[in-house]
Write a protein that binds this ligand. Structure first.
Ligand code: AMP
Ligand code: MG
Length: 309
């Protein structure tokens, strides 16, 4: 999609309004669910001196503003943790726009954009079990609401959604690796009929590693079924300064880039939290049964593709 005409045809496609209606219903379901569960919505930021380091190759995006170098947020993980420094708030979420300048080789995965939005949730003084329960309930509520509200749209799109059985199944990554090999995420998603959890992945410094059982991480992903792949990533978080530093070193993280965050952890003031982020466009792609994530965004930002509007 490189011409103005192509971009206009994309916006004007008949399916687009059906997809936007499904998206609106799903977002309403999320906001209603959060509100009734006491999860408070805070507004996102997209410029910050620090952001998620991410654990895969990508390009950095930053701007200089009055002598300060500000990054475009790749996720709000660190801000989410800090927002719960407010003693009266223990559950928070953000509709967080993320800029991740992904490599062009990801153009045809059907799952990658270089700008997308996460429903980014964090809970204080809770465990992964609490978070998983909250998300199970949220997903069940989204399905139920969308199926009820968007009968005509789903029919027009030729999409049939089966309500999932909750609690969703939980697998260990090692167990699935033994069963399916290195491509276990893809294969498990293709075989599944309901969304499901996989726990324990080695990734960024902020996901909590078990102190007694090194190499075991208290984190998880949710996967959509039917081969739609990853839906959400999250975990219990590191909050102890020594652990954060140890893990940053292990991952060759630029420690200086996190100086302000580390000045807080050094004082023992990072709240003890658990959370995760659900990709909005990937959710809509799954709910509406689209092949490529491009087709659920009015203004697609596909890795390596020219942007028109
Ligand atoms: P992460 O914590 O990096 O896994 O991101 C949280 C969620 O955002 C993922 O589970 C996806 O649903 C979504 N997501 C991550 N990267 C992208 C991307 N490049 N394009 C679209 N959605 C994404
Ligand atoms: Mg992930």
């Amino acid at each position: 999609m490189t011409t103005v005409q192509d971009a206009l045809s994309h916006i004007a496609a008949e399916d687009m309004r059906h997809i936007m209606r499904v998206q609106s219903a799903a977002l309403k379901a999320i906001h209603d669910y959060m509100y009734s569960n006491g999860v408070l919505q805070s507004m996102p930021v997209i410029l910050s001196p620090m952001t998620d380091p991410l654990n895969h190759p990508h390009f950095d995006a930053n701007v200089e503003y009055y002598g300060q170098r500000l990054q475009l947020t790749k996720s709000m993980i660190l801000q989410k943790q800090l927002s719960l420094f407010n003693g009266g708030m223990d559950k928070v979420y953000f509709m967080s726009p993320n800029v991740r300048l992904e490599e062009a080789r990801l153009r045809d995965t059907g799952r990658h954009l270089f700008e997308f939005t996460q429903v980014d949730i964090e809970l204080k003084d809770r465990t992964k079990k609490d978070f998983m329960q909250l998300v199970d309930g949220m997903l069940a509520y989204i399905y139920e609401f969308v199926v009820r509200e968007c009968l005509d749209e789903l029919k027009a799109l030729g999409r049939e959604l089966k309500l999932p059985t909750v609690p969703l199944k939980v697998y260990e990554s090692e167990e699935l690796k033994d069963r399916y090999g290195e491509q276990f995420e893809t294969i498990a998603s293709e075989k599944a009929e309901d969304p499901f959890w996989i726990t324990n992945f080695r990734r960024e410094f902020y996901d909590r590693e078990d102190k007694e059982r090194r190499g075991y991480f208290h984190n998880y992903d949710v996967f959509w079924p039917e081969g739609y792949g990853e839906a959400l990533s999250g975990g219990e978080r590191e909050y102890e300064h020594d652990e954060i530093i140890r893990k940053m070193k292990e991952r060759s993280t630029d420690i200086g880039a996190y100086a302000t965050y580390l000045s807080v952890s050094e004082k023992g003031l990072i709240p003890r939290t658990v959370g995760g982020g659900l990709g909005v466009e990937r959710m809509v792609r799954y709910l509406t049964g689209q092949r490529h994530i491009r087709d659920v965004t009015m203004f697609p930002r596909v890795p390596g593709e020219k942007v028109v509007f």
